[in-house]
Ligand binder design. Sequence first.
Ligand code: SAM
Length: 330
Amino acid sequence: MEKLIDPFGRTINYLRLSITEHCNLNCFYCRSEPEGCRAVTKDKILTAEECLNIAEAAVELGMTRIRLTGGEPLVHPDITDIIFRLSRIDGLKDLSLTTNGVFLETMAFKLAEAGLDRVNISLDSLDEETYRQITRGGKLLKTLKGIEKSLQAGLNPVKLNVVLLKGINADEIRRFIELTLDKALDVRFIEYMPFHGHKNWHQYFLPLDKVMEIAASIAPLVPVKGEHGGPARYYRLEGALGKIGVIYSLSRHICSVCNRLRVTPAGTIKPCLFSDDEIDLQLSLSDKEELKEKLREAIKFKSDPTKVYGDPLDRVKQFQVKRPMTQIGG
Ligand code: SAM
């Protein structure tokens, strides 16, 4: 079986497939300003057939894990069909989804039956008003119900993604960590990244050291091995059911463990989150052999993990990726 190994020796076995730019929420740090939701055009969506072709090509090249993301993948009109078809690809070992969780209350069981293995749910606040402000209109209760339904549906593990935002949710770190004590949830803290040249990055950026400090003050922390490699580091509070994850997106060098390629809903491959390089797939979306060729080409554009950025502050300043996250897929 062929494998995708980049010029720096990293095995690339994980595809993030962003299937639509559309989203039902409008999180301020994810969208471009000032366009917000209105920036989404009708054509920035991959069809079920295109998703299947890309996924099959990736698996034939040795990729074993696919995450569906967006925009919001659950607003894609064919999401259940996409999951059903992808989950039946021979050789695909792990099919997951990143979602804001709003629709999971009604969809979690259907998605699990279709073949979804697990979910990551974005939840940046446990306070109704703060949640509403971050998402510009979202209702916290909907996502909380979606989390419960995902656990009941047997999606395993259920991970919560918390983007740490100075002055907005940093005072909730303890509450988030304590969720892991009696629930089988993995709560993952992610450093804010200033996409789309967000000028006010210093207003929100907070290194994750704060999280580790607070966690250690609650109970002894035991390092645990993550199931899938990649940049997340996991710990368990002694006796807790769930785990804490930390993703030092900017304050530490994590490129050496990068194992992924991203496909955007505009039909491009994005080899590196820290770079604007993209490879156009538009003319290849219906041809699996051409897609494989493009994927092989894309790994040549993976960045040199030893050369990309200097110290943490430099990395934040240099992080000037043109597309906002909603057009890339986190
Ligand atoms: N709509 C889905 C959701 O809300 O999870 C999937 C798409 S969203 C772009 C995927 C992930 O990217 C979310 O966990 C979100 O918090 C993260 N994200 C978006 N913008 C980010 C930023 N500027 N810095 C760090 N993480 C970001």
